[in-house]
Design a binder for this molecule. Structure first.
Ligand SMILES: C[S@@+](CC[C@H](N)C(=O)[O-])C[C@H]1O[C@@H](n2cnc3c(N)ncnc32)[C@H](O)[C@@H]1O
Length: 396
């Protein structure tokens, strides 16, 4: 093997056992490549790199979520930044449960369990009632971590939590997923000399490499053909897995609401003539770069969400689009600034970290604008407070 080109000096080197795990994954993907005749579409590579049982990034032992690279983590998410995120998200969830007369919650991709613990505590407060909180995660390894977090932070409510191995056919209640859609495999396409080709993975000179192949006519190709590439080279992703997931959730949702929070754009911004390199991004020890062949299984691979496609997939099932707005607008509508004013500024040990996190969650330069909230509903008559102003559904 010649992985050196994909072990940049700018990244911290993994320890020997992590490297051994990565090498085992490389061997497994390489065997699959051989079986497939030497080429696999990028979404298959990404699926293996993230979810191959026992070895993929989310299904293996990597630490993943945390505040700093020196704790072995790779990136931070909103629930990890501050408990205020869960406290604010609990408000529209409680409102949707009440308005739909339902009492159950399902969270997809629950990470360390921090969001679940925060929501459990907030939803148990007087006036907000629920019967069960279920978690669905592709990662069995994270299940143990989630259980520990919930038992430590919401011990009295741990009995209401269950982990689902399969989805119910029909669900009445509220579904949530924070940064789940961006973790779904994407197909990659490259346009050169006016022709679109699908970007796949091959084995060359001792390591993975990209190779582009002609594409047959398809819905994806029709979507790509609409992009104004300004006559130049262009790389773009399409999101079959995230769209199929949204369709499944909205079909399952018989009554209630589904909220997804993630970074991304509506289609016209996503496939903007100037976004020529696509949005594929990798995270390793809090450093972001664009090479998905670095340390397979040890780094996160992600792409921004194309929200118009998500909205179409949900609405196709007959669900209503409840709202689409920026994370900042959603959290402000839910009352985030009031929540901060309830912490005494003289209590600096509590106030300063909370103020710092609120700034990150709301600021346009950080998560406030890039992150969006999209929600679907069935059987809800009224708009929720969290979408009461700044709803951008018309931009989808
Ligand atoms: C970026 S992490 C976000 C974790 C957590 N929600 C947070 O905000 O910290 C993505 C999570 O989504 C999970 N995931 C991806 N696809 C999924 C699916 N189809 N069903 C359930 N979980 C999924 C992954 O296993 C991973 O735990």
């Amino acid at each position: 093997m010649n992985p050196k080109a994909h072990q940049p000096d700018s990244l911290p080197a993994p320890g020997p056992s992590a490297l051994a795990q990565s090498e085992a994954l490389v061997a497994r993907i390489r065997a699959e490549l051989n079986d497939a005749g030497g080429w696999m579409p990028f979404d298959r590579y990404m699926e293996r790199a993230l979810y191959a049982p026992g070895l993929g990034y989310y299904s293996g032992g990597a630490r993943k979520f945390g505040l700093r690279g020196d704790d072995g983590s790779d990136f931070v998410t909103a629930p990890e930044l501050s408990p205020l995120f869960a406290a604010m998200l609990a408000r529209p969830i409680a409102e949707a449960l009440q308005a739909s007369g339902t009492r159950d919650v399902i969270e997809f991709g629950a990470g360390t369990g921090k969001l679940a613990a925060g929501l459990l505590n907030a939803l148990a407060a007087p006036g907000a009632e629920f019967d069960s909180y279920s978690i669905v995660d592709l990662s069995g390894e994270l299940r143990e971590r989630q259980r520990e977090t919930i038992e430590a932070a919401a011990p009295a409510l741990a009995g209401k939590v269950r982990w689902l191995d399969a989805l119910p056919e029909r669900f009445e209640g509220v579904v949530i997923g924070n940064e789940v859609l961006d973790a779904m495999p994407v197909r990659l396409f490259a346009c050169a000399d006016g022709a679109w080709r699908e970007r796949g993975v091959i084995w060359r000179d001792g390591w993975f490499a990209f190779e582009d192949r002609p594409v047959a006519a398809s819905a994806d190709l029709a979507l790509l053909s609409d992009i104004d590439t300004a006559g130049g080279d262009y790389i773009a992703e399409t999101h079959d897995a995230a769209r199929a997931f949204t369709r499944t959730i909205c079909t399952m949702l018989a009554r209630g609401a589904a909220f997804f929070i993630d970074y991304g754009f509506p289609r016209h911004e996503y496939y903007h003539p100037q976004r020529t390199q696509g949005t594929l991004m990798c995270h390793y020890r809090h450093r972001a770069h664009g090479d998905p062949f670095v340390y397979p299984g040890l780094q996160d691979i992600t792409a921004h969400v194309e929200f118009t496609g998500i909205a179409e997939a949900g609405v196709e099932t007959g669900a209503d689009l409840l709202g689409f707005t920026s994370q900042a607008r959603f959290l402000l509508n839910a009352g985030m600034t009031d929540a901060l004013t309830q912490i005494d500024p003289a209590d600096t040990a509590r106030f300063l970290p909370a103020a710092n996190a609120v700034q990150k969650l709301l600021s346009e330069a950080e998560m406030g604008e890039l992150f969006k909230v999209i929600a679907f509903s069935r059987g809800l008559d009224d708009k929720l407070q969290a979408f009461s102003s700044g709803d951008r559904s018309h931009t989808l």
